[in-house]
Design a protein around this ligand. Structure first.
Ligand SMILES: Nc1ncnc2c1ncn2[C@@H]1O[C@H](COP(=O)(O)OP(=O)(O)OP(=O)(O)O)[C@@H](O)[C@H]1O
Ligand SMILES: CC(C)(CO)[C@@H](O)C(=O)[O-]
Ligand code: BAL
Length: 284
């Protein structure tokens, strides 16, 4: 396995692979890898001749009061995990190489970022869309894999690839969870043991919603209110960012649960902001 730090070198290798007729699978990450990331890597390994994983903590997608500086950087552990998965290349660029002086080009979408995390993290998806475009241009993948834990991110990349006629397939992958239901996330490392227990409230909220929906609840407002009260009652220290039922494709708020619906949650446990979600497929 090779570690490539330079944009030029990565691009050169990708071009060579393409000339030789190899297919390239790509998993973009910010490192601090866990089984969620590895599930994406395994899928890429299954379907492609060459697999590239990028590790880059992208300053452009963090707000000024967010955790850019604190974000876990665990390159040596990540490298060992990726060697074990048979990855061909880790692309590990520097901030200076991706955003040199006088950098001034950004990718923005009009509507999908105006919901959910886009509201609480202004500029976040501009940063994501921009870096992912750059990574696609550098790694030149045939297929790229994104976890549905970051559901809005997946929808945004899917839209961007379609709108800009980017020549690759975007494949969403299911959320990987800990044994007790907590969605795996690099940010789980921030949690104290007490907070780790409290963080289960996200999964428990999804379970509560599934139960109510299975029993016939279709009023999004009523169920949202019930979930909010449940979170506040069970974990007094939890601070709700959002609890939203949205159309799973447009991410617009809905009043009645019908068709392909997403319940998305963002909750602070202490200072750690966690997200989770579940899709529902309901008869109209
Ligand atoms: N639990 C998970 N299951 C499936 N995919 C996941 C999971 N967690 C992250 N991913 C996916 O891995 C890719 C890289 O994500 P990233 O490096 O931001 O990890 P992360 O654990 O989501 O970090 P954080 O939660 O701190 O944002 C994204 O496509 C993301 O959706
Ligand atoms: C897609 C991504 C690597 C872009 O920085 C990041 O948002 C992430 O890890 O989900
Ligand atoms: N997992 C999406 C990256 C971020 O939270 O910045």
């Amino acid at each position: 396995m090779q570690v490539i730090e330079k944009v030029r070198e990565m691009q050169e290798l990708a071009r060579q692979w393409r000339r030789e007729g190899y297919s390239i699978g790509f998993v973009p990450t910010m490192g601090a890898l866990h089984e969620g990331h590895l599930s994406l890597v395994r899928e890429a390994r299954k379907h492609h001749d060459r697999v590239v994983v990028s590790i880059f903590v992208n300053p452009l997608q963090f707000g000024p009061s967010e955790d850019y500086n604190r974000y876990p950087r665990t390159f040596e552990e990540d490298k060992a995990l990726l060697i074990a998965e048979g990855v061909d290349v880790i692309f590990f660029p520097s901030v200076e190489d991706l955003y040199p002086q006088n950098y001034q080009t950004y990718v923005t979408l009009e509507r999908l970022p105006e919901h959910l995390c886009g509201l609480s993290r202004p500029g976040h998806f501009r940063g994501v869309a921009t870096v992912v475009t750059k990574l696609f241009n550098i790694v030149m993948p045939h297929e790229a894999y994104f976890g549905k834990k970051d559901y809005q991110q997946f929808r945004i990349i899917e839209r961007m690839v379609q709108d800009l006629n980017m020549d690759l397939k975007v494949t969403p992958m299911p959320i990987v969870r800990e044994h007790d239901g907590l969605a795996m996330s690099s940010r789980n490392r921030y949690l104290t043991p007490q907070e780790r227990q409290k963080a289960l409230i996200l999964f428990r909220s999804l379970e509560l919603a599934s139960d109510r929906i299975q029993k016939g609840e279709r009023d999004a407002f009523r169920l949202t209110q019930e979930i909010r009260k449940f979170i506040q009652r069970e974990v007094s220290e939890a601070r709700i960012d959002y609890v939203s039922f949205v159309d799973a494709k447009t991410l617009e708020d809905i009043k009645t649960l019908s068709g392909h619906v997403l319940l998305a949650l963002a909750v602070f446990i202490g200072t750690t902001r966690l997200i989770d979600n579940r899709e529902f497929f309901l008869e109209d």
